[in-house]
Design a protein around this ligand. Sequence first.
Ligand SMILES: NC(=O)c1ccc[n+]([C@@H]2O[C@H](COP(=O)([O-])OP(=O)(O)OC[C@H]3O[C@@H](n4cnc5c(N)ncnc54)[C@H](O)[C@@H]3O)[C@@H](O)[C@H]2O)c1
Length: 505
Amino acid sequence: MTALNKDARIAVIGAGAMGAGIAQVAAQSGHQVLLLDNRPGAAAQAIDGIDRQLGKRVEKGKLSVEARAATITRLHAVEAIEALADCDLIIEAIVENLEVKRALFRQLEDICGEHCILASNTSSLSITSIAAQLKHPHRLLGLHFFNPAPIMALVEIVSGLASDPALAECLYDTAKAWGKKPVHTRSTPGFIVNRVARPFYAESLRLLQEGAADCPTLDALMRDAGGFAMGAFELTDLIGHDVNYAVTCSVFDAYYGDTRFLPSLIQKELVDAGRLGRKSGHGFYNYAQGAVRPQPAIVGSTQIVETCVVEGDLGIADPLISRLREHNVEVIRRDGQGVLRVGDAVLALSDGRLACQRAKEDGLRNLILLDLAFDYEKASRIAISCQADIEPTALEQGIALLQKAGFTVSQLSDSPALAVLRTVAMLANEAADALLQGVACAADIDLAMRAGVNYPQGPLAWADTIGLSHILKVLENLQAGYGEERYRPSLLLRRRVAEGRTFHD
Ligand SMILES: NC(=O)c1ccc[n+]([C@@H]2O[C@H](COP(=O)([O-])OP(=O)(O)OC[C@H]3O[C@@H](n4cnc5c(N)ncnc54)[C@H](O)[C@@H]3O)[C@@H](O)[C@H]2O)c1
């Protein structure tokens, strides 16, 4: 089956933030779109709102006057559900409540033809459950847009137990024809994005709770070292803590309390205090007029270093060598266990053990651990941690070397797998479980995380680049260090390492 053609009549029910955006997308793609809301006048108001948005784009020269007018003439506010009788696709974007959605779809089945595809924009409810009481449950699927729908490219096409695969293909092709990046996913809690993204928030929240660093430092590391568009604290301030905390709780409950999805007490406290983020003027940061944004903590050194020794292979951190050379550091290479020596200091990429533990176990003095960077050649910042009894001069020499290579250096307390590495390892681990459980294919999981939450790389491809054996080691060490099930490596990760394969093989 191919995409619905332009003659197909679309209806959107619910003219709130999502419904209005979805209606706009469909109308811009050439469909006649009926918009219905149970609040009288809301649909017409939403169309006025779309017109104003399009007007701004015309003013900026991004849209022609004709295209604006054409889109608006295709949008029709209706006040009665019976008006949807002739529709070919009805997309529901009403209140997130199972019983209300079920009742609406039951009502729709009595009104529209048997060929009409029914779709829900639900973020957290099971498509299987919504469809359960329908006469024709095969025709109900999830069509999960991201906010704001006209801008965000990702659409998750969600299939429940009874959903017809041919209709899933039709919605996939239709979303593509609308200029979106669709992915297929099975109806499981959080689908792809709201499940796989949980560790992004959870690991930063945990590091904060453990006093590893403060919010601005962890946010800066995620951006400037990890390559993410925003750190977890600034992002949750933007999303709203009530919304982000509710999604975490819903995924946690849906997975029967699996501790990998454990909500954070710190975030709950913000919700309890009404500090919901930007929208309430205060979250992790203060948004009041005149409030001063705290700066990330950095460490500096006045030592002068000109030479270092690389023993063995630095793995994913190997591009550091050329970066150091470009900054006029002489790099001598020798065989060894993958460490970088400068003066009395030893630097090594974290493997998930504490610095104090690794120093003892590997017989290393003055050990400084390096965090992951998305791109060691270009990252402007890097995190380090070190054993508590490091000689101050050695620490300064290590910092000086990184400074000389052009990094701003932020030091975390001795925390397993630091910040970026533990986050990426946990994202990859969750993505691996989703892949193992057939929630989606590897390519779609990676695409969903790039297009839905703007990650610099899909977590599975990122883990492939880092090396799956290193990711496995990091997770095993995290699990041993914390003694918690939360960090247990996915069976699929173990299997791929044993088979010598990557996730994308
Ligand atoms: N806001 C997001 O970021 C986001 C992202 C993806 C998916 N979603 C999902 O989209 C849906 C809508 O979310 P939203 O943020 O647009 O909500 P919203 O509160 O902005 O809008 C919901 C609209 O639905 C109307 N409505 C409620 N019950 C109705 C009914 N029985 N019949 C007709 N209209 C009804 C309301 O009057 C309101 O205008 C939810 O299922 C939500 O989980 C939201």
